[in-house]
Design a protein around this ligand. Structure first.
Ligand SMILES: [Fe+2]
Ligand SMILES: [Fe+2]
Length: 358
């Protein structure tokens, strides 16, 4: 067996001590798989929430989260094949926020592709974002894997076009996490038709990776950890042997397996969301929860934030969470159980994490 090459991570944590290095959850696919030609990695940065204050001033903490992700991604060795940005680059979708976010992201030495978040979208329905980053949904192929990007944060036309007196008001209503005036996210008919056509030409044995902003599963409607037409999208994906869905939006680690589809969330660079305590009322929708995240530690401004290095291990997704102020974690596909697992935090008995009520 080859010796692990830790160089990809050494820069991040200054792992001078061997003891620390040996505990890092590094997934190096070349260790695990004989045919390393099929394996590659990409970086995933998400939910920066760049927030404009006034003039040239932006919320410094959110800037710093994104700047750090960009800087650390640039130091990866070997270089990942590309970088994905998972949505919510902006806080309120404004031109200064999107421009400022794009400027920070422009320091990346990699090809970057973008996914639409609701905080990017609901001011001008993605018009300026499209100018900067391209189409709102698309697909591409890379080293034998078919990648699909969806805009999963659209909603009913009536809510989008008729409900609010101004675009600014519409943006504010959708930006609130627990705002009852919000509306469930959905991919929508136009993209579902496109997806069906896009998938029609792909052999069933080709690994599929879908990027969305909201979960393409129903977790918790009260916070829009939910996609209204999730089952319809899942039905289009189920005929394929290996499917992975990677989503942002929830700002916490979640993973789940439904049929052939593995679901993975990614962390935000800006701030963490806790698990909703109301999960208790939505048991049937719970995915396998990993690290119980009740609240962030306010004394560590980067608590429970970070970015991801994703290894494509023979068509399955292994996610390495690079967490700024916390121990790094990995969620990897376990072929024996046919589902993703975080071996350090796997809790086989509990579906609901312990809750701290305060
Ligand atoms: Fe977000
Ligand atoms: Fe979001």
């Amino acid at each position: 067996m080859k010796k692990p090459n830790l160089s990809r991570r050494n820069f991040i944590k200054n792992t001078g001590s061997l003891a620390l290095a040996s505990t890092l959850p590094i997934s190096l696919v070349e260790l695990a798989f004989a045919n390393s030609n099929e394996n590659f990695s990409f970086a995933y940065i998400s939910d920066a929430h760049i927030q404009h204050i006034k003039g040239s001033r932006f919320v410094r903490n959110w800037d710093r989260g994104l700047i750090r992700a960009v800087a650390e991604t640039n130091l990866l060795s070997p270089k990942p094949d590309f970088v994905m940005f998972g949505g919510d680059l902006a806080q309120l979708g404004s031109k200064p926020e999107l421009d400022h976010g794009a400027e920070i992201m422009s320091a990346l030495d990699h090809k970057v592709r973008y996914i639409m978040g609701e905080h990017d979208y609901y001011l001008d329905l993605g018009a300026y974002w499209e100018k900067l980053f391209g189409p709102q949904y698309y697909s591409f192929d890379h080293k034998g894997v078919h990648f699909i990007v969806l805009n999963s944060i659209r909603t009913y036309d009536d809510w989008t076009y008729n409900r609010w007196p101004s675009a600014e008001q519409r943006m504010l209503e959708m930006a609130g996490l627990d705002n009852p005036n919000g509306s469930p996210f959905m991919v929508g008919e136009e993209q579902r038709k496109w997806l069906k056509k896009d998938l029609a030409k792909i052999p069933k044995s080709t690994p599929i990776v879908v990027f969305s902003h909201s979960p393409l599963q129903k977790i918790y409607k009260g916070w829009n950890f939910w996609t209204e037409d999730a089952e319809q999208i899942q039905a289009l994906l189920q005929p394929f042997n290996k499917v992975s869905v990677i989503y942002g939006h929830v700002h916490q680690i979640q993973y789940n397996q439904i049929g052939n589809i593995s679901f993975h969330s990614v962390m935000a660079t800006a701030w963490p969301w806790p698990y909703p305590s109301s999960y208790a009322q939505a048991k049937q929708y719970l995915p396998k929860l990993t690290v119980p995240m009740n609240r962030a530690d306010p004394f560590f401004e980067r608590d429970a934030t970070g970015w991801q290095l994703i290894d494509m291990a023979n068509g399955n997704v292994d996610i390495n969470f690079t967490l700024y102020d916390n121990q790094d974690r990995s969620v990897r596909f376990n072929p024996k159980n046919n589902r993703p697992e975080d071996t350090q935090y796997q809790n086989k008995d509990a579906r609901i994490p312990p809750q701290i009520h305060y």
